[in-house]
Structure formats: C-alpha cells, structure tokens
Design a protein around this ligand. Structure first.
Ligand code: UTP
Length: 300
C-alpha cells in the first residue's frame, strides 16, 4: 500500500466574500492575528508528516510564494538588531518542500484539484482548504491518513451542521456507521436544498483522496453554482470504490466568511501572549457598554 506523502492546498478562488481585501490578494493570506491562514494549514500538513505540498494559486500567486521563501534583507536586519524571536518566526517556515501551480481560471474546487494531477501521480493524497482551521489533539489530516492506513480508502472529513445551513455545504448520506464516527457513505450531494438534504452532515476542508479522482475530474461537468465541484467527482468515485466519511470531533474555525473570520481572530487573539490581556479587557468593556445600551432602550 502506498503511503500518503503529498498534500494539495487550493488557493485560487476569487474570495468574493472578502472583497475588496481580496481584489489583489488571496484570502488564504489574510492573517489570524499575525499569521496568514495558509501558514496554519501548512503547519498542520507538516505536523501530520506530509512531505510535499502543492499550492494551487490564482492571480495572487506572488505573496504566497514570497511568504514561504526566505527574505534575505529582512533576516539580516532582524539578526543585526538582535531580534532573535522575530528571526526565528520568519525563518521557521522557509525551506519546506512547497510547490506551486497556477489555475488559470477559477472554474471551481474540482478544477483546482485537477491541476495537481501530475504532482500527485499514482498516489493517495490530501486536499486541505485554506479557509478551514482545525484543532484537535491529533491533526485532522493525520486522522484521515490513519484511516487510510487501516481501511485503504478515500476518507472525507465531515461535521454536523444546523439544518438551516445544509445548502451552504457538500452533504453526505452517511450510510452505516462502521465504527465510532466513521461512515460508509452512500451519496455525496453538493449544496442540497434544505428539504432535499440527505442529512445534516457537511463536508469540511480536509479530504484524503485516491488518484482515480483525476480521471473523473477530467470529465466532470459543472454542477452547483456552475462550478466544477469536487463533491460531484467524489460521488462518482464512491460508485467504484469505498469512500468513508470521518466525523471531526475537534474544533473547526470557518474563516471563509467575514463573521467566521472575526470570531476566529478574536478567539486566537485571546490566546496570543502579546495581546490577550488587553483584548480580554476590551471585550469586557464592550460587553458592559452593550448591556448599558440595552438597559437604556428598555427604560424608554
Ligand atoms: P470557496 O468557494 O470557499 O472560495 O472555495 P472562493 O470561491 O474563493 O470564495 P468566495 O465564495 O468567492 O468568497 C474553497 C477553496 O477552494 C479554492 C478557494 O481558494 C478556497 O480555498 N478554490 C475555489 C480554488 O482554488 N479554485 C476555484 O476555482 C475555486
């Protein structure tokens, strides 16, 4: 059995929910406090034991490449000024086995993954979305890899979402729960209508896929939103080989929209050694202010 050693990070979407910030910059470069979201993803891959990472970029390729490359002038400056902590911060992310490829047109997540065909070759691989941060004792990527070692099958991460949100996600028809939180999936449906959804179990941004997905993607017609959907290709893959869903029980931070991004930034800020005390005080003060305003409205 082949080991999982490669990961693909699609980062070529238009990021329309963050315009105008994403007009000239990938949303995966938006920072959570002081670290671009894509760096969290790369760190998760590294922690899981992934050896090679391909980042699929769009128009905003340069800042991502530069972020993971060394910056000689900056490093010299920090060294000369004795800023050893900052020197460590900017150099620890360089020297990884990172590769880049361009998706010329953002035709959908399935199309972005198809760009990785020659990088992946005939091996199982991981897809990691840059707008989903995951926290657990064992990184979610590693959990999917462990299941592959045991069951030799593609495995997709899912969570339970409120029923009102099913039409925002790819949803599974979970089938049999063969062991705790592992499902032998019957069907995958992209963005179903609430009354047609087979469950409330939604696909989140980590996938372990087998290379057979590429021949399916090559013939995949546009689906929901007129985009080439990865979910549709996975549904076809599931007709010829078993595809599992692993329910994630850790904490997921959805940074793909403005509210999720702000919530994540605040929660991470409350743990950040440099700002946590001030931020906590600010939140307490704002809470008092909001309560006072509410009281005034009631009194009128
Ligand atoms: P999203 O649908 O969340 O990203 O795609 P988006 O299209 O950039 O965002 P909005 O909806 O316009 O705000 C999930 C992931 O797939 C990548 C995105 O960069 C994101 O990480 N993606 C999407 C591509 O790489 N290429 C595509 O054609 C579409």
């Amino acid at each position: 059995m082949k080991k999982v050693k490669k990961a693909v990070i699609p980062a070529a979407g238009l990021g329309t929910r963050f315009l105008p910030a994403t007009k000239a910059m990938a949303k995966e470069m938006l920072p959570i406090v002081d670290k671009p979201t894509i760096q969290f993803i790369v760190e998760e891959a590294r922690e899981a034991g992934i050896e090679d990472i391909l980042i699929v970029t769009g128009k905003a390729k340069r800042p991502i490449e530069d972020h993971f490359d060394s910056n000689f002038a900056l490093e010299m400056n920090l060294k000369e000024k004795g800023k050893d902590d900052l020197f460590k911060l900017v150099t620890e992310i360089t020297g990884l086995n990172l590769h880049f490829i361009r998706q010329s047109h953002p035709l959908g997540l399935g199309h972005a993954v198809l760009q990785a065909k020659s990088f992946v070759g005939n091996e199982p691989f991981i897809v990691m979305l840059g707008d989903d941060l995951m926290e657990d004792k064992v990184p979610l990527t590693k959990q999917l890899m462990d299941n592959y070692e045991k069951n030799h099958s593609a495995t997709i991460a899912v969570i339970d979402v409120p029923e009102k949100d099913v039409s925002k996600y790819g949803i599974i028809n979970p089938g049999e729960e063969i062991e705790e939180n592992l499902f032998n999936v019957i069907d995958f449906v992209e963005k179903p209508k609430i009354n047609e959804s087979p469950s409330n179990m939604a696909i989140i941004g980590r996938y372990l896929l087998t290379p057979e997905i590429f021949s399916i993607l090559e013939n995949q017609k546009p689906g929901a939103g007129n985009e080439i959907q990865l979910t549709d290709a996975i549904n076809t893959l599931n007709k010829t080989q078993r595809v599992f869903a692993k329910r994630f029980t850790g904490t997921r931070y959805d940074v793909g929209d403005k509210y999720g991004y702000m919530k994540t930034s605040i929660e991470y800020g409350l743990r950040h050694p440099q700002i946590k005390d001030d931020l906590k005080q600010l939140i307490l003060d704002l809470g008092d202010e909001i309560r006072k305003q509410k009281k005034k409205v009631k009194e009128y």
